[in-house]
Design a protein around this ligand. Sequence first.
Ligand code: HEC
Length: 112
Amino acid sequence: MKTSRFAAVSFVLTLAGAALAAYAADASANWTEHCAKCHGPDGRGQTKMGKKLGLRDLADAKVQAKFTDEEALKAMKKGLTDDKGKVTMKPTEGLSEDEIKALVPFVRALKK
Ligand code: HEC
Protein backbone atom coordinates (compact mmCIF):
# COMPACT_ATOMS: atom_id res chain seq x y z
CA MET A 1 0.00 0.00 0.00
CA LYS A 2 2.69 2.41 1.07
CA THR A 3 4.82 1.63 -1.97
CA SER A 4 2.00 2.06 -4.45
CA ARG A 5 1.11 5.47 -3.05
CA PHE A 6 4.74 6.46 -3.38
CA ALA A 7 4.75 5.19 -6.95
CA ALA A 8 1.62 7.21 -7.75
CA VAL A 9 3.12 10.38 -6.30
CA SER A 10 6.40 10.01 -8.12
CA PHE A 11 4.52 9.23 -11.34
CA VAL A 12 2.59 12.51 -11.02
CA LEU A 13 5.79 14.40 -10.25
CA THR A 14 7.49 12.88 -13.28
CA LEU A 15 4.59 13.98 -15.49
CA ALA A 16 4.70 17.52 -14.09
CA GLY A 17 8.45 17.65 -14.63
CA ALA A 18 8.13 16.46 -18.21
CA ALA A 19 5.38 19.01 -18.93
CA LEU A 20 7.51 21.84 -17.54
CA ALA A 21 10.54 20.76 -19.52
CA ALA A 22 8.49 20.60 -22.74
CA TYR A 23 7.08 24.06 -22.04
CA ALA A 24 10.54 25.56 -21.56
CA ALA A 25 11.92 23.79 -24.61
CA ASP A 26 9.10 25.12 -26.80
CA ALA A 27 9.57 28.70 -25.72
CA SER A 28 13.29 28.42 -26.32
CA ALA A 29 12.80 26.91 -29.79
CA ASN A 30 10.21 29.57 -30.64
CA TRP A 31 12.55 32.31 -29.45
CA THR A 32 15.30 30.94 -31.70
CA GLU A 33 12.96 30.73 -34.66
CA HIS A 34 10.92 33.92 -34.29
CA CYS A 35 12.85 36.38 -32.15
CA ALA A 36 16.58 35.70 -32.14
CA LYS A 37 17.26 37.14 -35.60
CA CYS A 38 16.61 40.59 -34.12
CA HIS A 39 17.02 40.18 -30.37
CA GLY A 40 19.86 37.64 -30.53
CA PRO A 41 19.98 34.23 -28.82
CA ASP A 42 20.73 35.90 -25.47
CA GLY A 43 18.34 38.86 -25.94
CA ARG A 44 21.13 41.40 -26.07
CA GLY A 45 20.20 42.52 -29.59
CA GLN A 46 23.75 42.23 -30.91
CA THR A 47 22.64 40.93 -34.32
CA LYS A 48 22.85 42.69 -37.67
CA MET A 49 19.11 43.44 -37.50
CA GLY A 50 19.31 44.29 -33.82
CA LYS A 51 22.06 46.85 -34.35
CA LYS A 52 20.24 48.38 -37.29
CA LEU A 53 17.07 48.73 -35.22
CA GLY A 54 18.96 49.97 -32.17
CA LEU A 55 17.52 47.25 -29.95
CA ARG A 56 17.72 47.54 -26.21
CA ASP A 57 19.43 44.81 -24.20
CA LEU A 58 16.74 42.45 -22.89
CA ALA A 59 19.30 40.89 -20.54
CA ASP A 60 19.54 44.24 -18.75
CA ALA A 61 17.35 44.47 -15.63
CA LYS A 62 16.82 48.21 -16.24
CA VAL A 63 15.43 47.54 -19.72
CA GLN A 64 13.20 44.74 -18.36
CA ALA A 65 11.81 47.11 -15.74
CA LYS A 66 10.63 49.46 -18.51
CA PHE A 67 7.89 47.18 -19.83
CA THR A 68 5.18 45.10 -18.18
CA ASP A 69 4.25 41.53 -19.08
CA GLU A 70 1.13 42.93 -20.78
CA GLU A 71 3.24 45.28 -22.90
CA ALA A 72 5.58 42.44 -23.86
CA LEU A 73 2.56 40.36 -24.87
CA LYS A 74 1.09 43.25 -26.84
CA ALA A 75 4.41 43.85 -28.62
CA MET A 76 4.45 40.21 -29.72
CA LYS A 77 0.81 40.17 -30.81
CA LYS A 78 0.42 43.60 -32.39
CA GLY A 79 4.03 44.51 -33.13
CA LEU A 80 5.73 47.82 -32.42
CA THR A 81 6.25 51.03 -34.36
CA ASP A 82 8.80 53.78 -33.87
CA ASP A 83 7.76 57.38 -33.17
CA LYS A 84 7.32 57.98 -36.90
CA GLY A 85 4.87 55.10 -37.16
CA LYS A 86 7.30 52.80 -38.97
CA VAL A 87 6.91 49.12 -38.00
CA THR A 88 10.03 47.99 -36.15
CA MET A 89 8.85 44.73 -34.60
CA LYS A 90 6.26 42.87 -36.65
CA PRO A 91 3.34 41.04 -35.06
CA THR A 92 4.43 37.45 -34.42
CA GLU A 93 3.11 35.01 -37.00
CA GLY A 94 2.70 31.27 -36.81
CA LEU A 95 2.55 30.95 -33.02
CA SER A 96 -0.54 30.16 -30.96
CA GLU A 97 -1.80 32.36 -28.15
CA ASP A 98 -0.31 29.90 -25.62
CA GLU A 99 3.04 29.82 -27.36
CA ILE A 100 3.18 33.62 -27.37
CA LYS A 101 2.23 33.72 -23.69
CA ALA A 102 4.99 31.22 -22.89
CA LEU A 103 7.53 33.63 -24.37
CA VAL A 104 6.86 36.23 -21.67
CA PRO A 105 8.50 34.22 -18.84
CA PHE A 106 11.18 33.23 -21.34
CA VAL A 107 11.96 36.90 -22.04
CA ARG A 108 11.99 37.62 -18.29
CA ALA A 109 14.48 34.78 -17.80
CA LEU A 110 16.91 36.44 -20.24
CA LYS A 111 17.64 38.95 -17.49
CA LYS A 112 21.10 38.39 -16.08
C1 HEC B 1 12.17 42.45 -36.87
C2 HEC B 1 12.92 42.43 -35.63
C3 HEC B 1 12.24 41.89 -34.39
C4 HEC B 1 11.77 40.62 -34.18
C5 HEC B 1 11.78 39.44 -35.14
C6 HEC B 1 11.28 40.59 -32.81
N1 HEC B 1 11.43 41.81 -32.22
FE1 HEC B 1 10.98 42.29 -30.30
N2 HEC B 1 11.51 44.21 -30.62
C7 HEC B 1 11.97 44.71 -31.82
C8 HEC B 1 12.10 46.17 -31.73
C9 HEC B 1 12.60 47.08 -32.82
C10 HEC B 1 11.70 46.52 -30.40
C11 HEC B 1 11.64 47.93 -29.80
C12 HEC B 1 13.00 48.40 -29.37
C13 HEC B 1 13.50 47.69 -28.16
O1 HEC B 1 12.71 47.46 -27.22
O2 HEC B 1 14.69 47.36 -28.11
C14 HEC B 1 11.34 45.27 -29.74
C15 HEC B 1 10.91 45.18 -28.44
C16 HEC B 1 10.58 44.01 -27.79
C17 HEC B 1 10.17 43.92 -26.41
C18 HEC B 1 9.98 45.09 -25.46
C19 HEC B 1 8.52 45.53 -25.56
C20 HEC B 1 8.20 46.87 -24.94
O3 HEC B 1 6.98 47.14 -24.79
O4 HEC B 1 9.10 47.65 -24.63
C21 HEC B 1 9.94 42.61 -26.15
C22 HEC B 1 9.50 42.00 -24.82
C23 HEC B 1 10.19 41.89 -27.37
N3 HEC B 1 10.57 42.76 -28.35
C24 HEC B 1 10.05 40.51 -27.50
C25 HEC B 1 10.13 39.85 -28.72
C26 HEC B 1 9.80 38.45 -28.88
C27 HEC B 1 9.39 37.51 -27.76
C28 HEC B 1 9.95 38.17 -30.20
C29 HEC B 1 9.67 36.85 -30.91
C30 HEC B 1 8.29 36.36 -30.81
C31 HEC B 1 10.42 39.38 -30.87
N4 HEC B 1 10.49 40.37 -29.93
C32 HEC B 1 10.72 39.48 -32.22
C33 HEC B 1 12.29 43.98 -32.96
C34 HEC B 1 12.01 42.65 -33.16
